[in-house]
Design a protein around this ligand. Structure first.
Ligand code: GCU
Length: 594
């Protein structure tokens, strides 16, 4: 089915072929077991475990996990005797030698299984950065590219009853034709960075589902089974009696529930306990219902104009210097954001782990979620577009039931070069095809200078619903004082979010407000930018850069940066800087003024 016919079918029929991604929804709620914990690791910069000296793929590489069968046999690796890396977790922060490491590391883990007939067994990875090849009992079961989205393989055929082993070749080398491409301003944390789980499913199972508020204020949804036929039961605690949903021969069905849910919002983040039943499996989820739309330059949440008091953050642990992945990490990071007085967070620049989104649901924080189409990706390369679309589809598939997500961002600071507008327009269309209930945005950094001010005129603005603007007045240009008088105009009658502004400061360094890197300089930049922002009549939100100092290979300044981007309002381990209080007080006033 060619792309265009598929799009027509999708738009006309919203047939399952488009909506369901093939990813099993809500893997943590499925029966099965975790493979988290210490895994053996072999550092393999020359990919010796994969290629022979003729660069031909090995028939029997490290993935075979072979042991010498006799004293004479030559085997030059041994997982059992090798050091361990924790899974989930990036490797860069676990071993000093791996701090800057980019390349291949082999992971190996033993597990036993009481294999039952009539069951499907899938292995689920929350994420592996960047490329992963997965082997079960020495057999290749699949590969995945993209460091921030989940993937799964059906390994029923490769599993044995009893002892089994899994091997993962993880490779975080940066290549020009990747998404993101070779340069970014965050640490290229490598490895199995999120949880791994074996899913134990019935032969015929509920693969995917969606539940949302319909335009009429009722509830609408769909289900996708692993194959045709059967009836799914859905029940929402305190709202709707159990509803039976018979599916078609493709295993798909749409349905509506005549129920009026209490709506989710930052003020009252109402979530309902939902139970799906099919073929002996019961899947529990917590889902909120809300409506998000734009009208002219306004953003409306549940029909009411809303101002998005936000902050940007990277997916780094509260104590800094490693990839965050757990519920506790999410609770602490979003707790700090909440303390700042925000009702909105920009999770930059890639899909963060699922715990972050579920925590945002619970805490009542609206979310800007983004795929890493960042800076100069190769816009004219069809293979690069396919990678970006895949990451977009995987992000939407994983998080479509999260009420907190109100914006899908398709790009950050992309130059106006050949192929870019077409590339991003297709991505926006794909996002709307997969999920028409959320707003599309992108962070733009090219505006025209215009008599003492800026004109928002990037043509991508006509494609998105909400325009994100990154502007560093007082840091990458102009003095802090010059910002308060800066005037912004726009060619578009659309809401604008100042998706990045800010300045660097070393926590604890004090001095004259004109001295870079002091807390006073950073505070002066905030002071003046907030005046500038208050004068932008079409501004409907902001996510200053950034909640916390984070690791960046682009920031080597000794004694100040030391490979930390210092634009945080908190130091790498959570110490507050002067600008923190300034922004908190500003948000307190804004919230009260509503
Ligand atoms: C850019 C970019 C960020 C980066 C920031 C900075 O705007 O989007 O990823 O970290 O600027 O320079 O600190």
């Amino acid at each position: 089915m060619t792309g265009s016919i598929k799009i027509v079918l999708c738009l006309l029929l919203s047939s399952p072929a488009c909506l369901a991604s093939g990813l099993v929804q809500n893997p943590d709620a499925r029966s099965g077991f975790s493979l988290d914990g210490p895994w053996s690791r072999i550092i393999d910069p020359y990919e010796n475990g994969y290629y022979n000296h003729r660069l031909e793929p090995h028939v029997e590489g490290y993935f075979s996990n072979r042991k010498p069968q006799n004293p004479a046999e030559l085997i030059e690796y041994d997982f059992a005797a090798s050091p361990r890396l924790n899974v989930p977790g990036d490797w860069n922060s676990q071993e000093k030698e791996l701090f800057f490491y980019e390349g291949t590391i082999w992971y190996q883990h033993d597990f036993s299984l009481d294999k039952q007939p009539g069951r499907r067994y899938l292995v689920h990875f929350g994420a592996v950065n960047y490329q992963a090849i997965v082997y079960v009992n020495g057999i290749r079961v699949g590969e995945h590219e993209g460091g921030f989205t989940p993937f799964q393989f059906d390994i029923t055929g490769q599993l044995r009853n009893g002892e089994n082993f899994i091997v993962v070749k993880a490779d975080n080398r940066r290549e020009r034709d990747q998404v993101p491409t070779v340069n970014s301003d965050w640490w290229n944390y490598g490895g199995i960075t999120r949880s791994v789980r074996i899913l134990d499913l019935p032969e015929h199972y509920l693969a995917d589902y969606s539940l949302q508020l319909s335009d009429s204020g009722e509830i609408e949804g769909w289900v996708q089974l692993s194959s045709g036929g059967g009836t799914v039961e859905v029940e929402i605690d305190g709202l709707a009696a159990t509803r039976s949903v018979p599916v078609d021969e493709q295993g798909f069905a749409r349905f509506t529930l005549a129920a009026q849910p209490r709506l989710w919002s930052p003020e009252s983040p109402v979530l309902y306990d939902v139970r799906w039943r099919f073929n002996g499996e019961v899947i529990e989820d917590r889902i909120g219902f809300r409506n998000i739309e734009v009208r002219g330059a306004d953003i409306l949440l549940n029909g009411q104009p809303v101002f998005l008091r936000g902050i940007s953050l990277h997916e780094e642990t509260p104590q800094g210097g490693s990839r965050a992945w757990s519920e506790d990490h999410a609770r602490e990071l979003l707790g700090w954001a909440r303390e700042l007085g925000v009702n909105f967070v920009r999770l930059a620049h890639y899909p963060h782990n699922e715990n972050m989104l579920r925590m945002a649901d619970e805490m009542g924080l609206m979310v800007w979620a983004e795929i890493p189409v960042y800076w100069t990706v190769m816009f004219t390369e069809p293979s690069v577009y396919a990678k970006a679309e895949q990451q977009l589809s995987e992000m939407i598939a994983r998080d479509r039931n999260r009420a907190s997500i109100v914006l899908w961002s398709i790009a950050n600071e992309t130059p106006q070069v050949e192929g870019r507008l077409e590339f991003l327009t297709r991505l926006a269309e794909k996002a709307r095809e997969l999920d028409g209930s959320r707003l599309i945005t992108a962070a733009l950094d090219t505006q025209s200078e215009m008599d003492g001010g800026k004109m928002i005129d990037d043509p991508l603005s006509s494609v998105v619903d909400v325009i994100g603007i990154n502007s560093y007045c007082g840091w990458y240009g102009g003095t802090p004082e010059s910002c308060s008088a800066l005037v912004w105009r726009s060619k578009y009658d659309k809401p604008v979010i100042m998706s990045e502004f800010g300045a660097g400061a070393l926590q604890g360094l004090h001095g004259d407000p004109g001295q870079r890197w002091t807390e006073e300089y950073q505070a002066a930049v905030y002071q003046n930018n907030l005046v500038m922002l208050d004068n932008i009549e079409f501004l409907r939100g902001m996510t200053p850069w950034i909640l916390k100092d984070f690791r960046s290979p682009r920031r080597p300044l000794p004694g100040i940066q030391d490979y930390w981007n210092r634009k945080g309002l908190l130091s790498e381990d959570g110490e507050k800087k002067a600008a923190w209080y300034l922004l908190r007080d500003y948000y307190t006033k804004r919230a009260a003024a509503r």
